[in-house]
Design a protein around this ligand. Structure first.
Ligand code: AMP
Ligand code: GLY
Length: 422
């Protein structure tokens, strides 16, 4: 199989690395990929949201499968354009990706299909927001409807903060057009879980469960980020919960999308909170999480390309191959100033010291004549699998100790909390 991966971040590096090892794969290309991925994929210049450019690249490579990494090409309809041109694509249609691209669509969908989620109101003006807010206590979650690159959710602790946030979102000041409509949602409490499933339009196979670490600083303090690290371990779910969540959330979502004429093929990412009164859906994504993918994919058994192709063909197998290891972790190193204003151009040293079992995934790096330097908010991630979560995180931190750049931000507590929920 010849595979084309769209995107160029840490998630796509992990996808390309894993696909490269699949027995069925003869060639991996990435558009645009990155210099850090060049060892596992042939990089093709271009914009992954430009359907014509992607179609041409897929044709030039004679790609048997196109794997879409990030959400932006899904939102831009690139999967539909590729399918119309006869390509097999791993990634949902623009219509099915609405589960991620519109939080209002997702919340209304959940309500329509009786899938557990927090009480909410959708608003598009300050007057409506003020009226709706009166029906909620604090904290309250305020969510921009559209894609906002991880900046679209604010948890407000009191009314003044809520009103200021709503004003900033609805006026377009905070996240532009994405904030012109907002979901006001009851604040929930509990451990979070990223439950990802491969979906073929009808059926789903759960991937190993994961947990993101979204806040910038240790102890879940500081601003929200795209994710400062992730763990994957079956111990994240109490016994029997995987089955229960499949029945309660994943299957009704696939059935609902199919019934509404937008069958979902690709990765259905369910962001869940395991509250005292049961699991609740916080959000859907229509793609692998970043950095969850960097913890999940190294654990996955079987031939990833065969699995993704089966999803694209509407013919997933009966079961996931057993995982290769009991646990995995990914620790991210972010640039100085991330997430507000990441600084670029800091020299990175020590990358060549990363050795198995640790794996290096580039996210925002650039190679110059002098060596590697930072070129993005999340710069890189180090992942490792092991027989225990403690051993996996120890491998990651051991490798991370040798990597240095000015202003490097690394959380030391990725996977430090006990994994089991409830
Ligand atoms: P989202 O992008 O919807 O996953 O939201 C980002 C983060 O905000 C989540 O990972 C949670 O930590 C937090 N969050 C979202 N919705 C709620 C809620 N209803 N109550 C409390 N925290 C929330
Ligand atoms: N790590 C969260 C996400 O990919 O949306």
């Amino acid at each position: 199989m010849r595979v084309l991966v769209l995107g160029g971040g840490g998630r796509e590096h992990a996808l390309a690395w894993k696909l490269r090892q699949a027995p069925s794969v003869t060639e991996v290309a990435a558009l645009p990929g990155s210099e850090g991925m060049a060892a596992v994929a042939t990089c093709v210049a271009g914009d992954p949201c430009d359907a014509a450019a992607v179609r041409a690249a897929a044709a030039a490579q004679a790609a048997d499968l196109v794997v879409i990494g990030p959400e932006a090409p899904l939102a831009a309809g690139v999967s539909d354009a590729l399918r119309a041109a006869g390509r097999r694509v791993f990634g949902p249609s623009q219509g099915a990706a609405r589960l991620e691209t519109s939080k209002i669509f997702a919340k209304e969908f959940l309500a329509r299909h009786g899938i557990p989620t927090a009480r909410f109101a959708a608003v598009d003006s300050m007057a409506a927001a003020q009226r709706a807010l009166a029906g909620f206590g604090y904290p309250v979650a305020l969510k921009a409807d559209g894609l906002a690159a991880g900046k679209g959710v604010v948890i407000a602790g009191e009314e003044r903060e809520a009103l200021a946030t709503l004003e900033a979102m609805l006026s377009g000041a905070l996240v532009g057009e994405a904030g012109r409509r907002v979901v006001i949602e009851a604040g929930l409490e509990g451990p979070e879980l990223s439950l990802l499933a491969l979906a073929d339009g009808e059926r789903a196979l759960l991937l190993p469960p994961a947990r993101d670490h979204k806040r910038l600083r240790e102890g879940d303090q500081g601003p929200n980020t795209g994710g400062m690290g992730a763990i994957s371990s079956d111990a994240l779910l109490p016994p029997g919960w995987a089955e229960a969540l499949l029945r309660l959330v994943v299957e009704p979502t696939l059935a609902g999308m199919a019934a509404e004429g937008a069958p979902f093929q690709g990765v259905l990412y369910c962001g869940l909170m395991l509250t005292a009164s049961g699991p609740q859906v916080l959000e859907f994504n229509a793609r692998f999480g970043d950095p969850e993918a960097q913890a999940i994919l190294p654990r996955c058994g079987g031939d990833l390309a065969e699995l993704l192709l089966a999803s694209a063909n509407g013919a997933l197998p009966e079961a996931m191959p057993p995982p290769l290891a009991a646990a995995a972790a990914c620790v991210v190193a972010a640039a100085a100033g991330y997430p507000a204003a990441p600084r670029r151009g800091d020299a990175i040293t020590g990358l060549d010291t990363v050795a198995p079992p640790a794996l290096l995934f580039h996210a925002g790096t650039r190679r110059t004549a002098a060596g590697w330097e930072t070129a993005g908010g999340r710069v890189l991630g180090v992942s490792a699998c092991a027989g225990t979560l403690a051993a996996a995180r120890a491998h990651c931190y051991h490798a991370m100790e040798r990597i240095r750049f000015r202003g490097m931000q690394v959380r030391r507590d990725i996977g430090a909390a006990p994994p089991t929920a409830g």
